[in-house]
Design a protein around this ligand. Structure first.
Ligand code: PA5
Length: 431
């Protein structure tokens, strides 16, 4: 069990699946790839800006983002964030993990996450008749899904505020110089924030990509970045057992080499569902290359124990499971204990908190899955604060970088994503 910044990593559930000393024997390999990362000598070295990002965010950047958030708080009932993939998932993951927008801040609505007309139509309906602002996020500035949503939502903004009132209500987060969105923002005079060149989309949550929407929702972005900064420090050591990112990467890699080729991230906390989605993108896009990579999947328990639980317990034995568990959320929500007839048979739970019952469900599920032949590791936290969430984000970013390099792939590109785009654009007649 290692503990860093309120995040405990327990790999005792791997004992029956790894030989004694096997993890420790990974030290030299992990040290070598971590050194390549720090020295910028690994594949994809032009995208290592995320490594020291938590230290690089300046007071001026925080202040500019907070000023944008203050304007939104003053004059918007809802704040529409348009983006997809790495330009979307991080902000939503953090926002849900910390329990949604703070009181007195705008509702955050996400758009541009697909091409489904019904979904986008619902967004258009939700903003009609309300004061709103748009934040469009795209590093390339050319991604189809957010571009289409932005065009439609700009039209809606114009209907409400007139042509002259549109530019003041739009923030664009994009590349410093490239892409259609940069050109549009400069021509129309939108407020802009820059995504650094050396930070790829799925590693960009601690840039304005994540920080602008989160600040607008009233999330403590300074706490988030501080948590990531502390984790950055903790994940510098070459002592494998004391470095949670390296330890997690080494353990899952060893399991992969033994045939556990799918990793299921399981949580018992519904507010972590989008963090699981962020994690899936981070790991899937970073590792799934050259016919290799652990397939990242996720379950939210206990709900999914009644759907996927059978497979995890008893299906094909290529699963490794990583629990991401929160001990306490709403501690005073307890089962009433005053039913004299006990017709529902629940008196044995009377007076116990739901968090406590949920934790026992986690422990019982882990025991069952271990007995069923699933190697299980756990990340456990007591509560979800911005600091702890920031720590988790950095831990997973560092882990996937090490893990991808152990696999021998470039963790920082995503060439496979282009293939569907080419086929789709050909069908759409794009020149
Ligand atoms: O991680 C990535 O690079 C991708 O998921 C991108 O974030 C995603 O494709 C969106 O790209 P863009 O920000 O250029 O619109």
């Amino acid at each position: 069990m290692s503990e860093t910044g309120g995040i405990k990593l327990d790999i005792s559930g791997l004992d029956g699946f790894l030989k004694p000393g096997e993890i420790e024997a990974m030290s030299a390999r992990v040290k070598a790839v971590a050194g390549d990362l720090e020295n910028g000598t690994c594949p994809g070295a032009e995208f290592l800006g995320w490594l020291d990002l938590p230290e690089r965010v300046t007071e001026a950047e925080f202040a500019a983002i907070e000023a944008t958030a203050e304007r939104a708080r003053e004059d918007a009932a809802c704040y529409v964030v348009i983006g997809i993939g790495g330009s979307y998932l991080g902000a939503r993951a953090v926002l849900e993990a910390v329990g949604g927008p703070a009181d007195g801040h705008p509702e955050i609505i996400f758009a541009g996450t697909g091409l489904c007309s019904a979904t986008l139509d619902r967004v258009l309906t939700r903003v009609r008749g309300r004061d709103f602002r748009l934040c469009v996020i795209s590093k390339s500035g050319t991604t189809l899904e957010p571009a289409v949503a932005f065009r439609l939502l700009r039209g809606e903004l114009e209907k409400k505020y007139g042509r002259a009132g549109v530019a003041d209500r739009i923030t664009a987060v994009t590349d410093a110089s490239r892409g259609a969105l940069r050109g549009l923002a400069e021509t129309e005079g939108f407020e802009t924030f820059v995504i650094p060149d050396d930070v790829g989309g799925r590693f960009s949550v601690l840039t304005p990509v994540g920080l602008v929407p989160l600040a607008c929702a009233g999330v403590d972005i300074r706490g988030l970045v501080a948590g990531a900064r502390a984790m950055r420090e903790a994940c510098r050591t070459d002592d494998l057992l004391a470095n949670p990112a390296h330890l997690y990467a080494a353990a899952r890699h060893l399991l992969y080499e033994k045939g556990f080729t799918t990793e299921v991230m399981s949580t018992f906390h519904g507010d972590l569902q989008m963090l699981q989605e962020w994690w899936k993108q981070l790991f899937g896009e970073s590792e799934g290359k050259n016919g290799q990579g652990i397939f990242p999947a996720s379950t939210v328990f206990t709900t999914d124990l009644h759907s996927l639980g059978q497979y995890v317990q008893d299906g094909r034995r290529n699963l490794q499971e990583t629990f991401l568990c929160v001990r306490g959320a709403v501690g005073d929500l307890t089962v009433p204990g005053d039913d004299a007839d006990n017709l529902d048979g629940l008196n044995y739970l009377g007076g116990r908190s739901l968090d406590d019952i949920n934790w026992k469900a986690y422990q019982g599920t882990k025991q069952a899955h271990l007995a069923g032949g699933v190697p299980c590791a756990s990340f456990e936290v007591d509560v979800l604060t911005p600091e702890i969430v920031g720590g988790l984000l950095y831990l997973f970013e560092k882990a996937v970088a090490v893990s991808g390099l152990l696999l021998g792939v470039n963790p920082f590109d995503q060439p496979g994503v282009e293939t569907y785009k080419k086929a789709m654009f050909r069908l759409l007649g794009k020149s």
